[in-house]
Design a protein around this ligand. Sequence first.
Ligand code: G4P
Length: 290
Amino acid sequence: MENGLEKMNIQWFPGHMTKAQRMIEENVKLVDAVCEILDARIPSASRNPYIDRLAAGKPRLVILNRCDLADPALTARWKKYFQRQGLAILETDAKSGRGVNGFVPAVRELLGDKLKEYEAKGQAGRTLRVMILGIPNVGKSTFINKVARRKAAVAGDKPGVTRGRQWISIDSGLDLLDTPGILWPKFDSQEVGEMLALTNAIKADVLDKETLGANFMLRLRELYPDALRERYKFEPDPNANGYELLEAAARKRGFLVSRGEYDIGRMASTLLKEYHDGKLGRLTLEAPND
Ligand code: G4P
């Protein structure tokens, strides 16, 4: 493959996703706006390519969640990118709650015309309804819980867990429709699949972890070589392949299997876990086309 990346076979579309997609298509009629929650580290790969169809022309708000783990300079660029497309945008860290307070005002601004329309019809105070969409594990439950200021939805780090339709009332005249996290039948490229696996939207066990880790090493060498230098204390050789980079890190960590042989599988798991936990710093894996 290009860039020396190893080829992997990533297949992902369990039956419950089709059901969930149908539920979304059926319920979109009931809402005033659609809110897409994206992972700020992969704003393009975490975006459902069928969003235009799913959102069916409704006003849209994009939430860049996990901002605490993303590169602030790139988040600012992504924000401008979405604004230029005419989308309302909010940056959040649903885990700590940072940015979440901006949600209700953002929805009211987005639906300003609708609110005026309701007022003109003598329906001032009518509840606004917003559908929350997002890939598995992007932080929907955590976000909704924070917005609702209660334990409304169950949060958990389990990709692919389905939940039924759920309306959540927010105290200020706003109802949210939670939807099951969905992916789509075919990824545009292997890179999209890899990024979804790196951020836990796809279970890492459907993939070859070692290859995922090796390819991630190559990506980090290109985008954030300092993160490798600082965290794993080695100088990434520009000519090494991904497995060799894993080996160099494993050597520094002392992940020895036998004399002179290092455990690159263990290193791959460590790398993925440490990225997940934010230990490599705030790293965004894609830049907008600006
Ligand atoms: P989902 O409903 O979309 O499936 O996602 P959910 O809210 O269950 O969140 C998945 C995991 O992501 C949770 O982790 C949650 O705490 C974490 N998370 C959600 N939003 C943010 C955010 O803005 N920043 C960070 N750093 N994490 C976020 P977990 O299961 O509690 O475990 P862990 O990943 O925190 O260890």
